[in-house]
Design a protein around this ligand. Structure first.
Ligand code: CP3
Length: 346
């Protein structure tokens, strides 16, 4: 779908500096909201919620109703892609995701792109429902994990601290690991393309674990696959802005911004505002980078940081957001305080 110039989120992403930057929050739907917990308990498991278009649409809209963000993000998860490829994915209560690990080229035989769309079809239906239900000024963001980050979960079999399994594979058999990355590149292109066809107006690629790779690995496994995904999506849907989030990339944010073709970058909490304004925001819009824990702490510390970020990025296009997702213990009233300030323009 072509960008509609009236929406504030789309204006900022097309490079316009707005006096009052648009805002949304990563993980704006979720367990910190009592109305989410209510729906979540009706749905059964987390994957059941992701695959129920009616309920997933409802939880997508919950934060918009409360806080009036400029963008809604599809309620789903980055691990829907491995599920679509045929990997066993489960979300265990209090434990996070558990996957049946793939750790070598021969394990890839268990995965296949055939039947991918059928396995994830409810997600596309969720996107169309949200597109229909959103207020006309609100932008709909579709998303996927980037291949490297998704591969970390696939090879580790869940979350990780040291990434030994995925790195051993990537370093020891780059050709074989490259086959997994290629499969993820292909799946991600067609998955995101279908989200756009269903009504997503912006796409975000979450590379949450980009920051654990040394420079050559970052170039090969983060920048390169992202460049291929962005290139293919741009050829099909040139009007749809793509935001990249290479969390923890440090000064490599500059190479990522210059080389992947993304329209905007989302900044983690550690990126210095002045550096980003000078190095990144002069060439593309930036999003971020409030510490999500300030939404737990609140008070003056939160107010000071909102001011610092708004002032630091006031010279160019900016989408106000967090440096990572809203955390579970966040009091909804503190999010309200942030939202009131941002809707008022600071
Ligand atoms: O509101 C939104 O931002 C949209 C929904 C969304 C979820 N996950 C819902 C979710 C998005 C965009 C994601 C992305 C995601 N998922 C990432 C990238 C962003 C990041 O946080 O770094 C990653 C790494 C995942 C993988 C994942 N999903 C983990 C590690 C976990 C377990 C940790 C946890 O918070 O429970 C999930 C589960 C998950 N995804 C929940 C939600 C709301 C909690 C599940 C529940 O309700 O029990």
């Amino acid at each position: 779908m072509a960008a509609m110039p009236g929406k504030r989120m789309l204006r900022a992403l097309s490079g316009e500096r707005l006096d009052k930057p648009p805002f949304w929050l990563m993980r704006q739907a979720g367990r910190y909201l009592p109305e989410y917990r209510e729906i979540r308990s009706q749905a059964g498991g987390f994957l059941d919620l992701c695959f129920s278009p009616k309920l997933a649409c409802e939880v997508t809209l919950q934060p918009i109703r409360r806080y009036g963000m400029d963008a809604a993000i599809l309620f789903s998860d980055i691990l829907i892609v491995p599920h679509g490829l045929g990997q066993k994915v489960a979300f265990k209560e209090g434990e996070g995701p558990v996957l049946n690990p793939v750790r070598s080229a021969s394990d890839l035989g268990q995965l296949s792109l055939d039947g991918f769309h059928e396995r994830v079809a409810p997600v596309y239906e969720t996107v169309s429902r949200i597109a229909e239900a959103l207020p006309k000024e609100t932008t709909l963001i579709g998303f996927a994990g980037s291949p490297w980050t998704v591969a970390t979960y696939m090879a580790e079999g869940g979350g990780s601290k040291e990434f030994v399994a995925v790195k051993r594979w990537a370093y020891g058999d780059p050709e074989g690991f490259g086959q997994l990355i290629d499969m993820l590149v292909e799946a991600t292109i067609s998955y995101l393309s279908r989200q756009v066809e269903a009504g997503a107006e912006v796409l975000q690629l979450f590379d949450s674990w980009a920051g654990v790779l040394p420079e050559p690995g970052f170039r090969r496994w983060c920048i390169e696959p992202t460049r291929r995904i962005v290139g293919a999506l741009k050829a099909k849907h040139p009007g749809v802005p793509i935001i990249g989030f290479p969390r923890g990339a440090g000064t490599l944010y500059a190479a990522y911004a210059a080389e992947t073709g993304v329209d905007a970058v989302s900044l983690d909490t550690a990126v210095p505002v002045a550096w980003a304004a000078e190095t990144l925001q002069t060439t593309l819009p930036v999003q971020g980078n409030l510490d999500p824990i300030l939404l737990v702490a609140g008070g003056e510390a939160l107010d000071r940081e909102i001011d610092r970020i708004l002032n630091g990025f006031s010279g160019g296009p900016h989408v106000f957001n967090l440096g990572h997702g809203v955390t579970q213990t966040t009091p909804p009233e503190i999010v309200d305080r942030l939202a009131r300030r941002l809707r008022a323009g600071g």
